[in-house]
Design a binder for this molecule. Structure first.
Ligand code: NAI
Ligand code: CS2
Length: 487
């Protein structure tokens, strides 16, 4: 089959200019999705270009993505990234991927054996928020999660990412090998701490000695990752074929902006990602919080209220002045005041840049995609700042509207009475609530009563419950556009 590895590709594509044959799989990455392809793998490729080191990546998809792995192998693990600015596109071929595995066709053992190979120094992850099998409100392991229950019964044959990491570490310990660093690159508040807590919670339930060894020997750096990478669509792939000259089913389009701030806490060596633009710092938490609240918080706001308002893409919502203003106010009035940043951080400049990034008309980032998995996203994108405002008696109307927008969205019916395809690990719980309450405002209290999302404190705060109820009522009676315009 013709592909990017065995064909002439257009000369404007920037190709890897380093010797790929010297690379070793020193990183095993769980989650060969859209984001990783345009972020960590690209940073690694650009680093290799500059330092000629041997840090290669073995890609693993634990759930889905079988075709992607098959295709990647057919094209010698090469693929392209199209960085689409408002007026110009840069196309890069990525060469940092050395190998790939999928438990569906290579078997679970092959994945574990790879993770336990001596040269593997880092296991990194982009497995989505739900991949951590944590209780979203506490960040601790959810022992009732179906995958976790199965893995606790049969830890040598894991299914969850957490189960794989613990089993691979067990094997390494048994072989007398150094551990690897576990590096989360997901949009999870204090992602390294959540990865650590879930891994240790799991290990403690199966083998306390192993848990003690992990606690003493493994590090879990936190990272702040940023680049808008929408899921590939047939249109993006057709555009990439035009740009490259040959079809690349593993190709992905993204925005030009990228940022990666990493806590410098690696137990077994690390690549010099800094020479490709990443920053190693001692404390990432303020940067993570800034990004999750200002970018992701307003993204979720725009996703729910945008979808309900009839907008398919984030850039479409930005054509409506009241959405644009609400997103900026959400950043500057609802989120920025809750942050404690290192001196010199210019949050207004950050917010202005975010609005510009959201406006990029070349990126077709669907509101429906961002709306996915709200139960996992809302607590970290809005919960912390909400509590801050409740404590300080300050205005949080944008957060109340965002939460009410999410609640309306998960009812599963849009403003034209069409069904919404709600994707969320808690979707059955939402369905049960709406079956009982219909669109009645009593649904608000029922949803706020879900402890895994809202904890136990928020439902007791009548001022907050009233604010969300009012916003919800406005959305269902006047529509999302009018509700956003009222802010
Ligand atoms: P995607 O849908 O393209 O890929 C999801 C990946 O997660 C797949 O590789 C899949 O195998 C894996 N996965 C799904 N459920 C899993 C589970 N329960 N356990 C283990 N692995 C699981 O999504 P995409 O765009 O790659 O995003 C993934 C994550 O990366 C996001 O959830 C977010 O945390 C983070 N991220 C994404 C950005 C983006 O713009 N796409 C930007 C910044 C961070
Ligand atoms: C988005 C993020 O899908 C979502 O929930 O908010 O993936 C967002 O695109 C990235 O975090 C940008 O870095």
């Amino acid at each position: 089959m013709d592909n990017i590895a065995n064909n002439n590709i257009n000369t404007h594509v920037i190709r890897p200019n380093y010797d790929r044959s010297t690379l070793k799989s020193r990183i095993v990455h769980l989650g060969f999705g859209a984001f990783h392809r345009a972020h960590q793998a690209l940073f690694t490729s650009e680093m290799l270009e500059k330092n000629g080191s041997d840090w290669g990546i073995c890609e693993v998809n634990l759930f889905g993505g079988e075709e992607l792995i098959t295709q990647l192998r057919e094209q010698e693990h090469l693929y392209t990234v199209a960085e689409k600015g408002a007026s110009e596109t840069v196309v890069k071929m990525i060469g940092s991927v050395t190998e790939s595995l999928h438990p569906s066709f290579d078997g679970q053992r092959a994945v574990l054996e790879k993770m336990a190979e001596e040269q593997v120094a880092i296991v990194s992850m982009t497995i989505t928020e739900k991949g951590y099998c944590a209780d979203p409100a506490t960040g601790r392991l959810d022992k009732n999660n179906g995958l976790i229950k199965a893995d606790l019964e049969n830890p040598r044959e894991p299914k969850s990412a957490i189960g794989y990491i613990v089993e691979a570490l067990r094997i390494r310990r048994e072989l007398g090998l150094k551990p690897f660093t576990v590096m989360s690159c997901d949009n999870v508040q204090e992602n390294g701490h959540v990865a650590r807590a879930t891994v240790l919670d799991f290990a403690n339930l199966i083998d306390q000695e192993l848990a003690g060894w992990i606690e003493a020997n493994v590090t879990f750096p936190c990272t702040m990752v940023d680049r808008i990478v929408p899921a590939a669509t047939p249109e993006t792939l057709a555009e990439i074929t035009d740009l490259v000259g040959v079809a690349d089913p593993c190709g992905i389009a993204c925005e030009p902006f990228r940022q990666w701030v990493i806590e410098d806490n690696f137990v077994n060596g690390r690549p010099e990602w800094n020479i490709a633009g990443a920053e190693f710092v001692s404390d990432v938490v303020p940067f993570e919080e800034m990004k999750l609240r200002m970018l992701n918080g307003s993204h979720s706001f725009l996703a729910y209220l945008g979808y309900l308002g009839g907008y398919q893409h984030i850039s479409d919502t930005m054509t409506n002045e009241s959405y644009r203003k609400a997103a900026f106010d959400m950043m500057m009035k609802a989120q920025a005041p809750t942050l404690t940043m290192p001196e010199g951080t210019d949050l207004e400049a950050y917010a202005k840049l975010l609005i510009e990034r959201f406006t990029n008309p070349s990126l077709k980032h669907q509101t429906w995609q961002i709306a996915m998995d709200g139960s996992q996203k809302i607590p970290q994108r809005m919960g912390g700042s909400l509590r801050h405002h409740l404590e300080h008696g300050t205005d949080y109307k944008w957060l109340a509207m965002g939460i009410a927008g999410w609640m309306t969205y998960i009812s599963g019916v849009d403003e034209k009475a069409n069904p919404i395809d709600v994707r969320d690990p808690m979707v059955n719980q939402f369905k049960a609530i709406y079956q009982e309450h219909g669109m009645n405002i009593s649904a608000v209290k029922a949803i706020l009563g879900i402890e895994a999302i809202f904890g136990t404190d928020l439902i007791k705060n009548t001022e907050f419950v009233d604010a969300v109820t009012k916003a919800y009522q406005l959305i269902i009676t006047k529509g999302a556009r009018a509700a956003v315009a009222s802010l």
